[in-house]
Design a protein around this ligand. Structure first.
Ligand code: C2E
Ligand code: CA
Ligand code: CA
Ligand code: CA
Length: 277
């Protein structure tokens, strides 16, 4: 064992030691962030092309690392998953969203639907439906105002069918996120009744420059309409993209062109805005 240890030491360069230390340090910082709940949610409006108004919002987490530093989820969600903290983290997000929906309502606003991103690892946790049921009861909000966004890979996890059905029985909505980027889009549509498809930003990026992509987008929109699913286009950044998507029949648009994600206290003012004027 000693020898093996020695051998290891040979290969364990100073560089790797430093890297390891900083990785451990990062882990520790992230664990603390989870314990101390150093996270906040921002909300990005989804705009109806019929009315020009906000129909719903997506909750997007930010790590408030210090007074000034905000860290975006692309930097830390996968680490939270690796650390085995994603169920606790996701439950905190769900609880915060339910409380926020109740708070907006209590302040005199109409009920607002909020979409929440659920990690595929969380989506295979058998206690998820029970947690959601308890939160809905505790905050007293109607289930249809909670929409869970899962990617196609979450639709392939073990036990997901049971969990999916239990969640839908509660009346919670389910959306497929990043639609079109997975390997089994049609398979996931065939197996389980969904409520919403979020067509991935990569399609929107090319919709003006590639007639092939525009045809695909049109076909996805027809599919969504035929199946009676809500369809949201995400990552719409320009006026021309918004116009093209509307032309193709897309009824709900989310993206920087209309609005960036904002803190909860800015939502009330946005509900009065007609974004198509
Ligand atoms: P996503 O679910 O695909 O969310 C859309 C991302 O695109 C968000 O990035 C949003 O801020 C950004 N976005 C919105 N409109 C535009 C646009 O017009 N142009 C561009 N370039 N980007 C746009 P964000 O907030 O950094 O989140 C990144 C990802 O992190 C999300 O991708 C989602 O997968 C994950 N995430 C965010 N919040 C949560 C959470 O609470 N739980 C979990 N498990 N994952 C989360
Ligand atoms: Ca999402
Ligand atoms: Ca997405
Ligand atoms: Ca994405």
């Amino acid at each position: 064992a000693k020898q093996a240890g020695k051998q290891c030491y040979v290969f364990y360069s100073q560089d790797m030691a430093t890297q390891d230390a900083s990785r451990l340090e990062k882990e520790q910082i992230l664990r603390e962030a989870c314990e101390k709940k150093q996270f906040i949610l921002h909300f990005q409006p989804q705009i109806s092309m019929h009315t020009g108004r906000v129909t719903s919002v997506e909750a997007l987490v930010r790590w408030q690392h210090s007074e000034k530093a905000i860290v975006y989820p692309g930097e830390f969600i996968s680490h939270i998953e690796k650390l085995g903290l994603i169920v606790d983290f996701g439950n905190w997000v769900l609880q915060t969203v339910c409380e926020q929906i109740a708070q907006w309502r209590a302040s005199g606003l109409p009920y607002l639907q909020v979409a929440v991103n659920i990690s595929p690892l969380h989506f295979q946790d058998a206690s998820l439906p029970g947690t959601v049921r308890d939160l809905l009861m505790k905050t007293n909000i109607p289930a249809q105002y909670l929409e869970l966004e899962v990617t196609e890979s979450a639709m392939q996890t073990k036990g997901h069918v049971e969990i999916f059905n239990q969640l839908r029985q509660l009346g919670v909505k389910i959306a497929i996120d990043d639609f079109g980027t997975g390997y089994s889009c049609l398979a996931s549509l065939k197996k389980l009744p969904l409520d919403c498809i979020k067509i991935d930003k990569t399609f929107i990026d090319d919709v003006l420059t590639s007639s092939h992509t525009a045809l695909l987008v049109g076909a996805i929109i027809s599919l969504a309409n035929a199946l009676n699913y809500k369809l949201v286009a995400e990552g719409v950044e320009t006026r021309d993209q918004a116009l093209a998507m509307r032309e193709l029949g897309c009824q709900i648009i989310q993206g920087y062109f209309f609005c960036h994600p904002v803190p909860s206290d800015q939502i009330s003012a946005l509900l009065d805005v007609d974004f198509t004027h």
